[in-house]
Design a protein around this ligand. Structure first.
Ligand code: SF4
Ligand code: SF4
Length: 122
């Protein structure tokens, strides 16, 4: 799954530079202007930061936990987007494709990948 940013985002910007996949944007229209997609209904009106499901790997391949969640000062703000179930293997492949010159580590994956709804279905 990708993560999403909920309406309680306070636009602090802390998450954006931490994302290893450049999946975070200041607002929905900014993401869409570059052809990158955001889950329907998320960030409408451009009032909050958004995560693109095209680029989010839940930090799999890079870190042991989602970095946006780790740095976000707001509880329950960077959360799982149930619209995009992806297995660890799919997320690793996605991470490598997005970062062809980077070493992707299969050992880097948080437990949420395997316990989330439909994990392993892809
Ligand atoms: Fe980026 Fe990781 Fe957050 Fe996904 S979980 S948006 S890859 S920092
Ligand atoms: Fe919003 Fe959290 Fe990112 Fe700050 S760190 S911009 S509150 S999602």
């Amino acid at each position: 799954m990708s993560l999403l940013i909920a309406d309680n985002c306070i636009n602090c910007g802390a998450c954006l530079p931490e994302c290893p996949n450049e999946a975070i944007f200041e607002n929905r229209s900014g993401a869409e202007a570059t052809g990158i997609r955001v889950t329907e209904g998320i960030g409408d009106g451009d009032g909050i930061y958004v995560i693109s499901y095209d680029r989010c790997t839940e930090c799999v391949g890079h870190f042991d936990e989602p970095q946006c969640t780790a740095v976000c000062p707001v509880d329950e703000c960077c959360i799982i987007d149930p619209a995009w179930p992806e297995s660890k293997e799919v997320l690793l492949e996605k991470a490598q494709k997005l970062n062809p010159d980077k070493q992707i580590d299969p050992a880097k994956a948080w437990s949420g990948v395997r316990t989330g709804p439909m994990a392993g279905a892809a």
